[in-house]
Design a protein around this ligand. Structure first.
Ligand code: P6P
Length: 335
């Protein structure tokens, strides 16, 4: 029987490999692991207890907030308050930044961005949902954390990952040296290393987009989707970014959420959906750009809840799509 490596063991082992490590990031990652276990317990019995159904309020995205969204948000905030290493959080569920209380004499050095329960519209119909998180350092010169503290380029993120509450519960994260997947073993209540050093296939047979918006996409995006159909690619779209991107990490493919008339800047949030998922996919050998063909991790955020278009996935498919869009836009501009 192979040795079980728990998430905690893995984090501590890899922290020791980094000469400048202080153990402080380790504490933040472990707090996230604890919150994920608590949320998993509730997600798994959501159909049995009265935490389903619309709570009534709406979040920064204007989505109806379901009770499980609020529960997840509350648990991640509470767990991230434990170590005293995280100063503040940006969450999809809160319009303002959340300042965390100081712990003893600790000087927090990190900021967390998160979508505590992504894909919440799937909750009531028992389809997988996820948590997305990213961790930044507080920039050296800052003494007080403000919204501006979070407006760092994605390339400055120091850790990113997601939790997928699916047929099994997996936590996938990176601190910039590749990505690793941990599956929750309910019998011991531990996330155990199950998918070391995940690498995304160079291409895949799937494309993932909400085809229902086809007529609302810009013409070049419609033509690219036509191209995917010409290639006989198969459409897979779960409506939960974590689930769609997770599938791509293992089977390859391309996920697109372009701009539409309803979302002229794109629907997904740059800070706590696009950037962390782009960091994970890039660390797995993939690529992530926006409709303007900018690398997602190079975009300078202007607001903590700003939206972004995104095209993310297998490197050869993203590059092919880039060339397709450039060629098509060029042709379109000259005819
Ligand atoms: P649509 C879920 O609400 C989410 O933020 C992402 O997880 C998902 O990819 C997208 O929105 C789905 O949006 O407009 O296709 O329902």
């Amino acid at each position: 029987m192979n040795k079980i490596t728990t998430l905690d063991e893995f984090i501590i082992h890899h922290e020791k490999l980094q000469s400048d490590s202080t153990g402080r990031l380790t504490s933040v990652l472990r707090d996230i692991g604890i919150a994920a276990k608590i949320v998993n317990r509730e997600v798994n019995k959501a159909g049995l207890v009265n935490i389903l159904g619309i709570e009534g309020s709406s979040n920064a995205s204007g989505d109806q907030v379901q009770k499980l969204d609020l529960f997840a948000n509350e648990k991640f905030i509470k767990c991230l308050s434990n170590s005293g290493e995280c100063a503040a959080i940006v969450s999809e569920e809160n319009q303002q930044i959340i300042h965390l209380p100081k712990v003893k004499d600790k000087k927090p050095g990190y900021l967390v961005v998160m979508d505590p329960l992504d894909g919440s519209s799937n909750i009531d119909v028992n389809v997988s949902v996820g948590t997305i998180f990213g961790i930044y350092k507080i920039r050296g010169e800052e003494t007080e954390v403000t919204k501006e503290s979070f407006l760092q380029k994605g390339s400055d993120i120091i850790a990113a990952g997601y939790v997928l509450y699916g047929t099994s519960t997996m936590l996938v994260y990176t601190t910039g040296n590749g990505i690793n997947g941990f599956t929750l073993d309910p019998s011991i209540g531990e996330f155990c290393l199950s998918h070391p050093n995940i690498k995304i296939p160079d291409r895949g047979n799937y494309y993932s987009v909400n085809q229902g918006y086809y007529l609302k996409f810009d013409v070049e995006m419609r033509r690219y989707i036509d191209y995917c159909c010409d290639l006989n690619l198969r459409l897979r779209y779960i409506g939960s970014m974590v689930s769609d991107v997770h599938r791509m990490l293992f089977q390859g493919g391309i996920f697109l959420y372009p701009n539409t008339r309803k979302y002229p800047q794109g629907k997904l949030r740059l800070l706590y959906e696009c950037v962390p998922m782009s960091m994970v996919v890039e660390q797995a050998g993939g690529r992530a750009i926006n409709s303007k063909l900018q690398q997602i991790l190079d975009v300078e955020p202007q607001d903590i809840h700003q939206r972004s278009t995104i095209v993310i996935g297998s490197p050869e498919m993203i590059t092919e799509m880039e060339e397709f869009i450039k060629k098509y836009t060029l042709i379109d501009s000259v005819v």
